[in-house]
Design a protein around this ligand. Sequence first.
Ligand SMILES: [Mn+2]
Length: 275
Amino acid sequence: MRFIGTKEDGRVVVLGVPLDVTTSFRPGTRFAPSEVRRISFDAIESYSPYLDADIEECDVGDLGDLELPFGNVTGALDIIEREVSRLLERGKRVVCFGGEHLLSLAAVKAHLDVYPDIVVLHVDAHTDLRDEYLGERLSHATVLRRIVDLGADFCQVGVRSGTREEFAFASDRALFFHPFSLPDAGRLSEVLGGRPVYLSLDVDVLDPSCCPGVGTPEPGGVMYSELVGFLAGLSGLNLVGADVVELCPLVDSTGNSAVVGASLLREVILLLCAP
Ligand SMILES: [Mn+2]
């Protein structure tokens, strides 16, 4: 059963974004889109019992992978932003599948033009709020800070790694800050109301025992069942865009992490298919 790759266009579109330039620990997120596409052909049902929804009954297209220049961070981000903007102008909802987390900067920038009051829901093991990392302002470790610089509000959940300053910044500036675990989605709805929401899902929010194939694993994470239950709870929000990032499938020789990433991608696609 394949759930992406069957058609090229739709109201919800999946865009592979193999950005893999600033990863600080284990590179290889560039291989996630092709690996997940392969998994989706072989191993994953198109129906989600968690959401009681089926991708085959939804208008979902797969745009394949963007071609990005290696070693050129700003050039790659420009390409991503231009493509997402083009899709949003055509009235689509876009799921960017990474790739490293820095791609979210370009995707959120494009969404901000269309949804000026968008809130970024950041689900991650890492705060990603450094002002710079090893002298670089554009990095997968600074991505949320750069998004804050754009003027977007954010909520942050599941984080358990960062500097003291980043944790202080998050508890001071986030609309909603819930470290270590995932909150009850009802509390998020109270905070977000009907505002447009962009979901940025870093798969390393999961514990490395259930998803070791990530660029920067962090112990003490949530289990798959908790994450998928949390995602199901988001179905009442006004989700307008999303990304799934940081899967690094080839460092997990069992192949299980790619299955986890593909399963999460299915849930995220279905959340965006809601009316
Ligand atoms: Mn992370």
